[in-house]
Design a protein around this ligand. Structure first.
Ligand SMILES: Cc1cc2nc3c(=O)[nH]c(=O)nc-3n(C[C@H](O)[C@H](O)[C@H](O)COP(=O)(O)OP(=O)(O)OC[C@H]3O[C@@H](n4cnc5c(N)ncnc54)[C@H](O)[C@@H]3O)c2cc1C
Length: 461
């Protein structure tokens, strides 16, 4: 019987286990999933507080990436999937202390409608002129990888980096546009520049090709009625319970004849193959003895820490907050807050009608600086900034703080070349597979796909 160890019980490891479960039932494999903490799901965690669904980590996933919704359907949660309230989708950017809505027609940071962009006060006239000129950029292939900031600046100027690229990407990767690889993070942009030159023209061409109903009917984000943890709670009982070990930290893995020895606590066990479903830095630690080169490449994938703060308010606050999904804060505004989501507007079923729920987000060096503060002190910082930004003075009905140490991968310049080197080194250990958010997508759907692929990879061996 083939024995497989899965190390890491976040959504990547759980997706790998769910894939292997089918083969276990057929009598083809055995697997053991090791999770160091008492909880499964990693950064997917949801609390219900005063009728509000408070997400500690991920709150949803991109609908256009199918793997998360497919997994939800596979575990029987198809009827629990909910889409974002896109009719009310409006995001504000803080510019010189004022909240300015993103103009209609902006696709990520590429303007596709002239009038709303021209009338918006989000951009200076210099940037608006750059946007018009951008439509005439000739096709252009860049030889080497570069930062997202340098591509965006080449097309639209520095203001676009500061006001849009940076805050949008910081909310996803916890790191700024200057340190993120355009080929890894926005491969479509690099391709559009190569084929069309102008990102604006390329976006319009792509939109023309897409079926009309697709643009209108598909919500941008998908989640679950009871929150992201609902996926974990529904998936875990479908696994073989004897195969799932929580509170079990794996301290080493060593290649042995015909497989691997996995040591957790005082126990060691033998497996034919191992799936490391971990942040790259944790995988690096486990591989430091048996493959120092692979370990060094994995350790070089930078991770940033983040803090989310959930604040619940009453009906009065709900009525006083602006409509829309929330706000982003460019670094140039000198605030610590990076983003705040108006959860009560973004999704149905998240709060009772008489409650408002704000999800505030800090990342990178700001999160590190706040780390040592008490929960009360962090709430004071958040409230102070919300007062400055939204004029919100009310006392929250509840506040919850969630800290995520080194949980968000930042795909630095040259990330794809690093992944090639990692793959070459991994091939020297053919019964080892890597899954998780350090490689080809940080979002929940990509993590699920990476876990499923890793399981299939070790099965094929
Ligand atoms: C605050 C925050 C908000 C996010 N928001 C979104 C969002 O809205 N949408 C979206 O798509 N994505 C979002 N993401 C990203 C996405 O949620 C994560 O990339 C994804 O969930 C990571 O899953 P994972 O299983 O790869 O890793 P993790 O969830 O980090 O799980 C790894 C697990 O491995 C365990 N572990 C570590 N070392 C060992 C060891 N030696 N032995 C045993 N176990 C070990 C850990 O305890 C952990 O449970 C967010 C991430 C964060 C941090």
């Amino acid at each position: 019987m083939t024995r497989i160890a899965i190390i890491g019980g976040g959504i990547s490891g759980l997706a790998a286990a769910f894939t292997l479960e089918e083969y276990r039932r057929a009598g083809a494999v055995e697997y053991t999933l090791y999770e160091s903490s008492p909880h499964l799901g990693g950064v997917l965690r949801t609390e219900q507080i005063q009728g509000c669904i408070v997400e500690a980590g991920a709150d949803s996933f991109l609908t256009e990436k199918p793997w998360a919704a497919d997994l939800c359907r596979a575990v029987g949660l198809g009827d629990q999937l909910i889409g974002s309230n896109d009719a009310d989708r409006k995001t504000y950017i803080l510019v010189r202390g004022r909240l300015i809505p993103l103009p209609d027609g902006l696709m990520f940071m590429v303007p596709t409608k002239i009038l709303p962009t021209a009338l918006s006060t989000l951009f200076s006239w210099t940037t608006k002129l750059r946007m018009a000129q951008e439509l005439f950029h000739p096709p252009h292939a860049v030889e080497a990888d570069e930062s997202v900031a340098s591509l965006v600046e080449r097309h639209y100027g520095a203001e676009m980096v500061d006001r849009l690229a940076d805050p949008l990407l910081s909310g996803i990767y916890g790191g700024g546009a200057a340190s993120l690889s355009v080929r890894a993070v926005l491969p479509r942009f690099a391709e559009m520049e190569r084929t069309h030159g102008s990102l604006g023209r390329a976006m319009l061409a792509a939109r023309k090709k897409a079926p009309r109903h697709e643009n209108r009917l598909t919500p941008l984000f998908t989640s679950l009625k009871n929150g992201m943890q609902q996926l974990v709670e529904t998936l875990v009982p479908r696994l073989n319970q004897a195969s799932v070990l929580t509170d079990t930290f794996v301290q080493s893995i060593q290649p042995r004849t015909g497989g691997w020895s996995v040591s957790a606590g005082v126990k060691s066990d033998h497996f034919n193959a191992v799936v490391l479903a971990l942040p790259a830095h944790s995988a690096a630690q486990l591989l430091s003895q048996c493959s120092p080169d692979l370990s060094a490449e994995l350790a070089a994938i930078v991770y940033s820490s983040s803090i989310t703060v959930g604040l619940g308010y009453d009906r009065k606050v709900r009525q006083s907050l602006p409509p829309g999904f929330g706000l982003l804060v460019p670094r140039s505004e000198g605030k610590r807050l990076l983003a705040a989501t108006f959860v009560h507007n973004k999704f149905p079923h998240r709060t009772p009608d008489d409650r408002a729920l704000l999800r505030c987000f800090f990342a990178g060096s700001t999160a590190e600086n706040l780390w040592q503060l008490s929960d009360d002190a962090i709430v004071t910082v958040v409230r102070d900034e919300l007062q400055q930004i939204l004029g919100l003075r009310a006392e929250p009905l509840f506040a919850r703080i969630y800290k995520w140490r080194s949980a968000m991968a930042q795909y630095g310049i040259g990330h794809l070349e690093r992944l090639d080197r990692i793959e070459r080194l991994r091939q020297q250990l053919p019964t080892l597979a890597l899954a998780g958010n350090g490689y080809r997508g940080i979002g929940v759907p990509d993590c699920i796909r990476s876990g499923q692929d890793a399981a299939k990879q070790v099965l094929n061996r």
